[in-house]
Design a protein around this ligand. Structure first.
Ligand code: SF4
Ligand code: SF4
Length: 90
């Protein structure tokens, strides 16, 4: 049964951090990244994931809350915070 997992209607939407994200979302430019992983180490959600190449980092938007810490610490300015449109979020 699913009953114990969802106490109130709609509450399951709060389980993923991304559902209460700010309007901003990080965009990984993948241009100057050196693979220092500083962004990964400061992300409070641990949602930045490595790709196959050193400069192919990305984040799991299901869990990112848009705090912007990754963009602040990136020494290469390779992460920018962009406004997320409703269409893109779907
Ligand atoms: S904006 Fe915050 S939560 Fe999202 S990936 Fe960057 S550090 Fe992590
Ligand atoms: S902090 Fe910037 S340079 Fe370092 S791994 Fe993250 S995106 Fe790449």
């Amino acid at each position: 049964m699913f009953g114990p997992l969802v106490v109130k209607p709609g509450s399951s939407r709060k389980n993923k951090t991304g559902s209460w994200r700010t309007e901003l979302t990080p965009k990984f430019l993948k241009k100057n990244c050196t693979g220092c992983k500083l962004c990964m180490s400061v992300c409070p959600e641990g949602c930045i994931i490595e790709g196959s190449e050193k400069n192919q980092l990305a984040c799991d938007y299901e869990y990112c809350k848009g705090c912007g810490a990754c963009a602040v610490v990136c020494p290469k300015g390779d992460i920018i915070m962009v406004k997320e449109s409703k269409e893109e979020a779907k």
